[in-house]
Write a protein that binds this ligand. Structure first.
Ligand code: LMR
Length: 431
């Protein structure tokens, strides 16, 4: 062999070796793009990493005391003690759909004791991984068994997770107008017109109370008109109820829209979260309430959801559901829970008034009545992304880019600073 042909051979071997190396070192997931971090939870991480003592987190919707500490509801502490002292307690699996004493109590809570759907045995519940899981479980069921339309409508703006949940379940996700930036209130006509124009039988995601992110709810009169249009178009109402009792301090008032739709004869789903109203954020405690036309329909839906639940989580987690179960099924604890709810919602209302009065004293350009007109955890301020950016960079105030403020992040000690910062960006940051 000549020296040139042997060096050619060695080169070929090396090339082939390198190709093999490359082949084995290249990931089969090479094409996976990096996703953007979650808008809400990334803010919390940024806030935690910020060392400025003046920092404020009005990003995530999680209740804080006036000392800006997480709040364990006193009634939850009592239920916790009952659990702790229960010598018979074990850690066996829960039923696939959750423990009936929990799901029945959750259904009763949202529909009301005297609900016609409960009397007629056509309302059932399934325990879910908080409100997100309830949305997901309902969406997955609908994507398989709801044949009228593949279109679903979420509000604009909305809680960002709605889009992901329903599109991942296979829905074509559209938006309906909700916020009127000029009036800083509900775009009621836009919402109704969209409902009229939507394909018949579309699935509509409606916020039962304390709309996230705007804090703007339809009046009862407006809910009646919404129900009229939805009925005439055969749309399916899917309520998301994350704030029952937390929004107004009144459990019945916050459930009024759902109950009205049930009275009108709709079949519907309600996603319930016990994160905010029980402070059980990390325990992921929720329920999907299903109202069907007949007991048989409701039971059949439940049976199919049990199959899906078994495949996804097998059995729901026990701890949070046990707490809620204890409280909802004990008259004295239930009464105490209502007081805890009033305490939390009152602090939020006080912060709304404090912020509005500070902004009015500063004569911050614009109208600020929406701050107190809105309800629940969030205020949609009308601040725009460039202003939000300056609030973060200059003032260490963390809120979502759409100008949503979690009122629970404000306190008697930081509301002045917050108002002055808002005043500065409203005056000086062009949008
Ligand atoms: C929020 O909107 O901030 C909360 O509901 C937390 C979440 O899950 O997005």
């Amino acid at each position: 062999m000549s020296s040139s042909s042997s060096s050619q051979q060695r080169l070929n071997q090396l090339t082939s070796h390198l190709t093999t190396m490359e082949g084995s070192s290249a990931s089969i997931f090479q094409q996976v793009p990096k996703a953007a971090p979650d808008a809400i939870f990334h803010l919390t991480a940024q806030y935690k990493a910020d060392t400025d003592p003046k920092k404020i987190n009005v990003g995530v919707g999680a209740y804080r005391t006036d000392e800006l500490k997480p709040y364990v509801l006193p009634v939850v502490k009592k239920a916790d003690a009952i659990l702790f002292n229960n010598k018979d307690l074990d850690h066996e699996y829960q039923p696939i759909a959750g423990t009936p004493s929990f799901t029945n109590a959750a259904v009763k809570l949202i529909l009301g004791e005297d609900s016609v759907a409960i009397r007629e045995h056509r309302a059932v519940g399934v325990q879910t991984i908080s409100g997100t899981g309830a949305n997901h479980t309902g969406a997955v069921f609908l994507s398989q068994y709801y044949k009228k339309s593949n279109h679903c409508y979420i509000s604009n703006p909305t809680w960002a997770n709605h889009r992901n949940i329903f599109s991942m379940a296979g829905f074509q996700v559209n938006t309906y107008p909700y916020w009127n930036d000029k009036t800083r209130g509900l775009d009621f006509e836009g919402m109704l017109q969209c409902m009229r124009d939507a394909p018949d039988g579309s699935v509509y995601i409606l916020h039962a109370c304390a709309h996230n992110p705007t804090g703007v709810d339809p009046t009862m009169e407006q809910w009646r008109e919404i129900a009229d249009v939805m009925q005439s178009k055969g749309h399916f109402p899917f309520f998301d109820c994350a704030y029952q009792g937390f929004a107004s301090g009144d459990l019945d008032r916050d459930a009024a829209a759902v109950r009205y739709f049930v009275e009108r004869g709709f079949e519907l789903f309600v996603a319930q979260s016990f994160a905010k109203n029980f402070g059980l954020y990390g325990e992921r405690t929720g329920n999907l309430t299903i109202v069907g036309k007949s007991p048989q329909v409701a039971q059949h839906i439940l049976s199919q959801i049990e199959i899906a639940q078994r495949a996804e989580i097998s059995n729901p987690p026990a701890y949070g559901a046990r707490i809620v179960d204890i409280v909802l099924n004990d008259a004295a604890l239930y009464a105490e829970w209502k007081e805890n709810l009033k305490y939390m919602s009152n602090r939020i209302k006080e912060m709304r008034h404090a912020l509005r009065s500070r902004l009015e004293e500063l004569q911050t350009p614009g109208q600020w009545n929406h701050t107190t007109d809105q309800i629940g955890m969030f205020s949609f301020t009308g601040l725009k992304a460039p202003q939000v950016k300056v609030l973060k960079e200059k003032y260490h105030i963390y809120m979502t880019d759409n100008g949503r403020v979690s009122m629970a992040g404000l306190s008697t000690t930081n509301v002045d600073y917050f108002a002055r910062a808002v005043d500065d960006v409203v005056r000086n940051v062009s949008v």
